[in-house]
Write a protein that binds this ligand. Structure first.
Ligand SMILES: Nc1nc2c(ncn2[C@@H]2O[C@H](COP(=O)(O)OP(=O)(O)O)[C@@H](O)[C@H]2O)c(=O)[nH]1
Ligand SMILES: [Mg+2]
Length: 308
């Protein structure tokens, strides 16, 4: 047995060191990465639950509280958490922050926590988030939770990856117009109004409920759940809705989700063959010439590099 098959065996047995090693290999595109991905025994019934929302809304606190809640209600469950943090320097401490915040469970063997940095793929998720969550799906967890900051592209991307997308907002997020504007209506399967211990949560939740109701798809009435993550309130309802939505999503939405994932994998793999350094040098030179046209430049670049 080679190293990779040994690692895969460990992964499928739920060995956390093998899981961590496989993630590192895939995340960094090291030798063996493709073999690992192609060898995964995906458990399609395992739900991937995405949490998104503005920084500070309480996503990490909520996930932490939810972990305790699940372990209480379903003792023996195994849950994986993948926390994606922006690399922007003003957020430098957040990686450590998430770990510390979830530290209550950090040494608990039923919980596997991994932080991944965003690789700046257009301000979105790490380009490997999809693959990492699939690795976790094969590793014997009952739930895979992904936390991502709802800025830029990442909230749209999480919806193309998670079976259930939870948008966490706080009362002071402002009025319902803001929610509509950022396009979150299309991606939310469940809304959470966290910090509902604060003033204004009632009115905010009511407005959001009306909007969610009128935007709900035929099969699913998008719920608005009020939580107070820091005092563990609202978790039972949240878990119930996650489970109910998961039952629908996994059976009904799967083909379209798989289609989106396939498209994403194809475009990432096509982008890989682009020599970014060369592109950047060529474009610098070409753009200084009179009559520069980006479209004909790209066409010529693709032809020259056999990308077409
Ligand atoms: N009052 C109140 N504060 C909360 C609640 N949930 C989280 N917080 C606080 O909000 C801050 C940001 O929480 P965090 O989980 O890091 O937010 P994230 O950036 O969305 O992951 C922390 O100081 C939390 O203690 C809540 O339900 N009520
Ligand atoms: Mg967080």
């Amino acid at each position: 047995m080679n190293d990779i098959s040994a690692l895969l065996k460990g992964l499928h047995n739920g060995d956390s060191r093998s899981i961590a090693r496989c993630i590192t290999i895939v995340e960094n595109d090291l030798p063996g990465s493709e073999e690992i991905l192609a060898g995964l025994h995906l458990q399609e019934k395992v739900p991937v639950i995405g949490f998104t929302g503005p920084p500070g809304a309480g996503k990490s606190t909520l996930i932490n509280a939810l972990l305790s809640h699940i372990l209480q209600k379903e003792p023996g469950s195994k849950i994986a958490v993948l926390a994606i943090d922006p690399t922007s320097s003003f957020n430098f401490g957040s990686l450590l922050g998430d770990r510390l915040r979830m530290s209550e469970h950090f040494n608990n063997e039923s919980i596997f926590i991994r932080s991944a940095a965003t690789r700046g793929s257009l301000g979105g998720l790490s380009s490997r988030t999809l693959e990492i969550s699939d690795i976790l799906k094969a590793a014997g967890f009952q739930y895979v939770i992904v936390e991502t900051v709802g800025v830029g592209q990442s909230e749209v991307e999480i919806a193309g990856l998670a079976d259930t997308t939870i948008v966490v907002l706080v009362p002071e997020a402002g009025d319902e117009i803001q929610a509509l504007k950022s396009g979150i209506m299309e991606i939310a399967d469940i809304f959470v109004v966290n910090k509902s211990d604060r003033d204004g949560s009632e009115g905010f939740a009511k407005n959001l409920m009306a909007l969610a109701h009128s935007n709900s798809p035929a099969l699913w009435n998008i719920p608005v759940i009020k939580t107070s993550a820091s005092i563990s309130q609202g978790l039972d309802e949240l878990l119930t809705q996650i489970q109910q939505h998961g039952n629908i999503a996994i059976n009904k939405r799967k083909p379209s989700l798989l289609f989106e994932k396939a498209m994403r994998l194809i475009s990432i793999s096509r982008m890989k063959v682009v020599d970014k350094k060369q592109l950047s040098e060529n474009i610098l030179t070409a753009s200084q010439l009179p009559g520069f046209n980006l479209y004909s430049f790209v066409k010529a670049f693709m032809l020259k590099n056999k990308l077409e």
